[in-house]
Write a protein that binds this ligand. Structure first.
Ligand SMILES: *Cc1c(COP(=O)(O)O)cnc(C)c1O
Length: 396
């Protein structure tokens, strides 16, 4: 360890670069090696037992812990200002492990209707099979969410900003009510990342990430992360050890590589997205823009209070779905793919991206327009992106 390096007092980019890496690795390596080994050998049984019993630090078996993955966990722990962190094979593994670790039969979870498609499937199809009472509230209606929490709540699950309509939910206010009822508060912070929002400082108990998106940032590895208080993380980690949704070391290495530039990338995503939002708002062939950084967005007041920037936007061209398809197919600087949060710009309609699991009718019920284009703004030159959008919008 570097002497007197007080990382908890440093800025994001310093933490991004140094957290978990303020010492040399095996043979003096400055960067954590990819520990592809399954297991960790010991010369004597006593020291093996010490590690197995958690009395000394070390690794036993890579489903439980792995040195490369541990560095990644330390980095996100520092970035979120959390006591502990845990990693998972995917974002959905992080979400499902967290929910299943705490929700036993008879418990009640309150959440919002606009959650990531996969999360909604857990709420609507799987948790009820285990006699967990799930109540999903209108995401725009904070008062009804508060009423439902007050009827009894063991876990409040929030996702903000939401996918793909970029609604923003008041974490501080809802956490306070949930804590009065003795509930745990879990926030999916995938869209914001620690750079744009710190849910733990707003009252959340646990923060869950799909690390596949902005944290990795290069669309080349999948992963999930969880941060929060030590005893809560331990409980989820025990569950993960047994159901086996561990993150592998190669993906950990790639996500680590992405995390080192997290602040640089997010500031550029934010800056580009804001410029594109203004550009689209003033474009004659665009009907509406969904971006919480625009003052006429209904959640602008709370968004500007709890967040410092916004990297994703959605918009509706002024046309039918055939026109939307033409716009998408005429965009050149864009990947048409089910992904977001990468250095490259990515776009698609909800029916093939965030809400591929839902039917057209369900999307309508959620207030998600079929003609919406989710546009995850990359780090490209923003003038190039604006020109590309302008050309494509000629085809509506
Ligand atoms: C993509 C995403 C997930 C799921 O993550 P995977 O790594 O694909 O399992 C969860 N929540 C949000 C908000 C997402 O965007």
């Amino acid at each position: 360890m570097k002497q007197n390096l007080e990382l908890d007092k440093t800025g994001y980019s310093t933490k991004s670069v140094w957290a978990g890496e303020d010492h040399l690795f095996a043979e003096g390596a400055t960067i954590p090696p990819i520990s592809m080994n399954v297991t960790f050998g010991y010369e004597d049984i006593n020291s093996w037992q010490q590690v197995a019993q958690g009395k000394t630090a070390g690794h036993i078996y890579s489903r439980n812990s792995n040195p490369t993955t541990t560095v990644l966990e330390e980095k996100i722990r520092m970035l979120d200002g959390a006591e502990a962190a845990c990693s998972f094979s995917t974002g959905m593994a992080a979400i499902s492990n967290t929910l299943y670790a705490f929700l036993t039969p008879g418990k009640r979870v309150v959440s919002q209707m606009d959650s990531y498609g996969g999360t909604s499937v857990i709420f609507l199809n799987f948790l009820p099979q285990h006699d967990v009472d799930v109540t999903l509230c209108d995401t725009d209606d904070t008062e009804s969410m508060i009423r439902e929490i007050k009827k009894g709540c063991d876990l409040l699950y929030l996702e903000t900003p939401t996918n793909p309509t970029l609604k923003v939910v008041d974490i501080y206010r809802l956490s306070r009510v949930a804590h009065e009822m003795g509930a745990l508060v879990v926030v999916d912070n995938t869209f914001a990342t620690p750079i744009n929002q710190l849910p733990l400082s707003l009252g959340a108990d646990l923060v869950v990430y799909c690390a596949t998106k902005f944290l990795c940032g290069h669309a080349d590895a999948m992963g999930g992360l969880l941060t929060g208080r030590k005893e809560l993380i331990q409980k989820v980690h025990e569950f993960r050890e047994i159901n086996g949704a561990a993150l592998d070391s190669f993906s950990s290495y790639l996500i680590l590589r992405g995390l080192r530039t997290l602040e640089l990338r997010m500031l550029r995503h934010n800056e580009n997205a804001l410029k594109i939002a203004h550009f689209l708002q003033n474009h004659p062939r665009v009907k509406s823009v969904f971006y919480p950084g625009l003052p006429d967005h209904p959640d602008y007041p709370i968004a500007s209070k709890q967040m410092t920037g916004f990297g994703v936007l959605s918009f509706e061209p002024d046309s039918d779905f055939a026109g939307v398809k033409r716009v998408l197919e005429n965009l050149k600087l864009v990947r048409l793919a089910a992904h977001l949060g990468s250095v490259d710009t990515i776009a698609g309609p909800p029916s093939t991206t965030s809400h591929v699991e839902a039917t057209a009718e369900e999307r309508k019920k959620l207030g998600i327009p079929e003609n919406l284009i989710r546009y995850s703004v990359g780090i490209e030159n923003v003038k190039d992106l604006q020109m590309d959008l302008d050309n494509a919008l000629k085809h509506v």
